[in-house]
Design a protein around this ligand. Structure first.
Ligand SMILES: *Cc1c(COP(=O)(O)O)cnc(C)c1O
Length: 357
């Protein structure tokens, strides 16, 4: 079968080397002769893999000493709960910049007073809210660094007078991050950090243990930290894939090298979206995401949407339909996506223009 150009939003394309490592480990994990699906999570080899995976996170993101790295099942949506359960005491502020941000807020409201302090809902989440006032005394401010569904991104690390919590599910490891500006960074692994089944949290433990509420053990970051993220059986295969993905990032030159490639890929795709009269970008140019490029058929060409998706499919391009709640088109071009994949898509857009323009 020819190699597909995969633009799915998550689970997404992973590096070929990671797929190959996965196949090999299904037969024999770390020279043990035991398939990774059957390895004991208490074995020396597995514990070493857990330690190495945490160390790779620290190295790749230059995580300051004192911060902890935690892995938990349940993905980013489970972290929506954990954040509020562990940190919400009197009042938390949420920036409503998209569908995931809204879901994070809704989950937190089940634990106490979580309120929206800024929103971009007025223009269908096509921009990132800026310049809003952050009330003093918030337990934390919650932001979403990259809005996967609408294709907007806060590309810089903001200064914040209260503890800053960020859902970085869809742009973690795509650029350097000043972790010291955040109290907590979390996400699901299935965009840049591996496949579905596990979430990550990078947490400053100084913010924990202040709510006075009973936190169920499985949701309690302190319990997870004390147990090396193995309070119960961890999702071994998903963590293995994360480990191999982090190795690939390191061997690719780290997050700075990937950031350069990510910029070049996004520039090439946005340039074609802007040039091609059949298409139009849907996010505000200054807030465009380098990870999820959202676009649509231009005015007058709306009826061609499905036929473009089919045309692309015929050229081995998959996963470009927009999120079911946003419509239009979306190409997710995470770390593992190559310039060759992006050029396949831009060529396809050019050919479609020739046929239909
Ligand atoms: C994908 C995504 C989520 C949801 O992740 P799950 O692991 O499916 O819960 C949350 N936030 C953002 C920004 C995402 O991109």
């Amino acid at each position: 079968m020819t190699r597909k150009h995969i633009f799915t939003a998550g689970p997404c394309l992973l590096p070929q080397r990671v797929y190959d490592d996965a196949v090999a480990a299904l037969g024999n994990f770390a020279g043990t002769g035991v398939p990774v699906l059957s390895v004991s999570h208490r074995s020396r080899e597995w514990v070493e893999l857990m330690d190495e995976t945490r160390a790779l996170w620290r190295e790749l993101l230059n995580i300051p000493a004192g911060y902890e790295v935690v892995f938990m099942a349940g993905g980013a949506s489970m972290q929506f709960l954990c954040v509020a359960a562990n940190l919400l005491r009197t009042k938390a502020g949420y920036v409503n910049s998209g569908i995931w941000a809204g879901k994070a807020l809704k989950e937190a409201q089940g634990f106490g007073n979580a309120c929206e302090i800024a929103s971009s809902a007025d223009r269908n989440f096509s921009y990132v809210p800026r310049g809003y006032e952050i009330p003093a005394g918030l337990d934390y401010l919650h932001i979403t660094s990259n809005n996967t569904v609408f294709g907007t991104q806060l590309r810089e690390d903001m200064d914040c007078p209260v503890p800053l919590v960020a859902d970085m599910s869809s742009d973690i490891l795509s650029r350097p991050v000043d972790v010291s500006k955040y109290a907590l960074i979390y996400g699901g692994a299935q965009k840049n950090a591996g496949t579905a089944g596990v979430g990550f949290a990078i947490v400053n433990p100084g913010i924990l243990g202040k709510t006075g509420r009973h936190i169920p053990s499985m949701l309690d970051y302190r319990v997870q930290i004390d147990n090396g993220s193995m309070f119960n059986t961890p999702p071994v295969f998903s963590i293995f894939i994360m480990n191999r993905t982090l190795h690939w990032i390191k061997d690719s030159g780290g997050v700075c090298a990937l950031q350069k490639l990510n910029r070049a890929k996004a520039d090439a795709l946005y340039a074609e979206v802007d040039r091609n009269p059949l298409f139009r970008g849907t996010a505000c140019p200054q807030d465009r995401s380098l990870m999820n490029v959202t676009f649509d058929m231009a005015s007058g060409y709306e009826a061609l949407l499905d036929s473009f998706v089919d045309f692309a499919q015929g050229r081995d391009i998959v996963g470009i339909k927009g999120h079911r709640l946003a419509g239009g088109l979306r190409a997710s071009i995470y770390n593992a996506c190559t310039m060759e994949d992006v050029l396949a898509l831009t060529d396809c857009m050019k050919e479609f223009e020739k046929k239909n323009g």
